[in-house]
Design a protein. Structure first.
Length: 543
């Protein structure tokens, strides 16, 4: 190892040496004030002043309350599902545990700002020379006599070593760990936003499929009636066998869709059970009741695009990740400069017959200053700095991209919400017309005024348009969910609540000394975390 070290060692004798040691520590803390590396500055996002879809009457540009946006559907079952997912989803629980891990890592980073080595040591030794062996010639007589007469040796001391944070390496490490903690909280909130949206979408999928199944079964009854009429007329000799086979063909085709719907419904429920963190068979009672597609509100308040920066936790996550990486540039740059340190040891040592805790038994040393400097590193350190800088720039680009993606998601949801409402209105009118056409065609066929082809055409149209109507009604809900999800709503339900179930916390407390880390992770005063305001975690995190 290529290392240049300058050290001065002083014996510690009496109280004056302790004062000198304390003075050196104070001077070291006063001089350790330089911090290399860039200070993080929040990037300026590229975002428009208004939405594209701002003219329709359904869009309101004032800010709304998105904390429990699913309540706009006024569906108690959906409300219960969201609550269950928050309490029981295992992926969300893992994200909460990562916050506890990040808090512990922050504690480690905090500790590096103080003396890195603080050791209490002690020992007892006994040495006896055999009387049946010749004297050990290479030992001085006084040492050999001391061993013979004082075989018992006691020793107790305290060692300390401190690499001074002269260039801010450990302060930057603390900044990175602090930003990482903020990032884990933002990641938790982002996952909660996604979870609420996925649960609501899965529920809408189930209700949409159930409605499509209802339409299919009602058409089966209609087609059975048509087949009965065709069979009766064939037996009377009024028509040929062709009409009977056409009726059977249409009926069996519609019957074939029933298993497909039932498969899709079961699979959708199984997927929802995973989001809720429960076995699939426990979901049946939760979803019991009327299978109706929830009715969405006609209007949605979306505020302005700039609100996304303050509300979406995934944007905050990208910001905190960039902040953490920016601090790591300083950590890497600090290795370009000398490592300056202090070291010292103090203790008591005595042999058999002497008192251990007396001034005469005191020993110690002090290395007031030492440094090592890796000067021939062949560019390794500079390239490590460059690596961290490149990663930092990547995360800044990722932050900008996340803002643009967020705006796209809102625009996609808005245009889908508006246009699907228009589609559903046309389909509703089309279904009404098809229902009437089917009824008239069947009456005219029964009276012999039209052939069976007219019945087949009208009933096929009715089946298709009813199915499209149900799908369109579900799309309105799904697009509205996408809007609320894109606006970053839903994470607020965690405020004032434990992120980890109390039963799990009890197991962790019994297994490990967690100190204060398992106290409520996010108290109410931190509810403004996913915003552009100044953020404080442990009253330390400040940008």
């Amino acid at each position: 190892m290529r290392e240049m070290t300058i050290a001065r060692t002083a014996e510690i004798k009496g109280p004056g040496s302790f004062a000198f040691f304390s003075l050196m520590l104070c001077l070291a803390m006063l001089t350790a004030c330089a911090t290399v590396g860039p200070d993080f500055k929040k990037p300026e996002p590229m975002i428009e002043d208004e939405w594209i879809e701002k003219e329709p009457s359904q869009i309101k540009t004032e800010s709304g309350d998105y904390s429990s946006w699913w309540e706009v559907f006024q569906d108690p079952v959906l409300d219960r599902l969201i609550d269950m997912a928050y309490e029981q989803n295992l992926t969300l629980r893992m994200a909460g545990l990562k916050i506890l891990e990040a808090r512990a890592r922050l504690g480690i980073a905090t500790g590096f700002q103080y003396p890195q080595a603080q050791l209490v040591n002690g020992g007892y030794s006994l040495l006896k020379i055999s009387e049946n062996e010749p004297p050990v010639s290479n030992l001085p007589d006084d040492v050999r006599n001391q061993v013979d007469t004082r075989p018992d040796n006691y020793r107790m001391g305290f060692d300390a070593a401190w690499e001074l944070d002269f260039w801010g390496k450990f302060r930057r490490t603390f900044e990175a760990a602090n930003a990482d903690l903020a990032a884990t909280i933002a990641s938790y909130d982002s996952l909660l936003v996604i979870l609420a949206g996925e649960v609501a979408s899965a529920y809408i999928d189930i209700r949409t499929l159930e409605q499509r199944l209802v339409y299919a079964r009602s058409n089966i009854e209609l087609q059975k009636k048509s087949l009965s009429i065709a069979t009766a007329r064939f037996e009377e000799g009024a028509i040929s066998e062709l009409d009977v086979h056409q009726a059977k063909s249409l009926l069996n085709y519609t019957l074939s869709t029933i298993p497909v719907f039932e498969i899709s419904i079961r699979q959708a429920k199984n997927a929802l059970s995973v989001l809720l963190g429960i076995p699939p068979n426990q979901l049946l009672d939760v979803l019991s009741g009327t299978s109706v597609i929830p009715t969405p509100p006609v209007e949605v308040a979306v505020g302005i695009p700039a609100d996304l920066i303050r509300r979406r936790p995934d944007i905050q996550l990208a910001e905190f990740q960039a902040a953490s990486q920016g601090a790591l540039i300083g950590v890497a740059r600090a290795d370009l400069f000398p490592h300056i340190g202090l070291a010292g040891s103090i203790g008591f040592g005595a042999s058999d017959g002497e008192s251990l805790f007396t001034s005469a038994s005191t020993f110690g040393f002090l290395s007031p200053v030492s440094f090592s400097w890796d000067i021939l590193n062949y560019g390794r350190i500079k390239n490590r700095v460059r690596v961290q800088d490149a990663r930092f720039e990547q995360l800044l680009a990722g932050y900008q991209n996340k803002v643009i993606e967020a705006a796209r998601e809102v625009e996609d949801g808005l245009v889908g919400f508006i246009r699907s409402q228009e589609q559903a209105k046309y389909l509703f009118d089309a279904v009404g017309a098809s229902q009437r056409a089917s009824d008239v065609a069947l009456i005219q066929y029964e009276e012999g005024l039209v052939d069976y082809y007219s019945v087949v055409i009208t009933q096929q149209s009715l089946v298709s348009q009813q199915d499209s109507l149900a799908t369109s009604q579900g799309d309105i809900d799904r697009y509205l969910i996408a809007v609320y999800k894109a606006m970053g709503g839903g994470w607020q339900i965690r405020l004032g609540k434990e992120l980890i179930p109390e039963q799990t916390l009890k197991v962790m407390r019994d297994r490990t000394d967690w100190g204060k880390i398992l106290e409520p992770t996010l108290p109410d005063e931190q509810q403004d975390l996913p915003t552009g305001k100044e953020v404080k975690l442990f009253n330390r995190l400040k940008w």
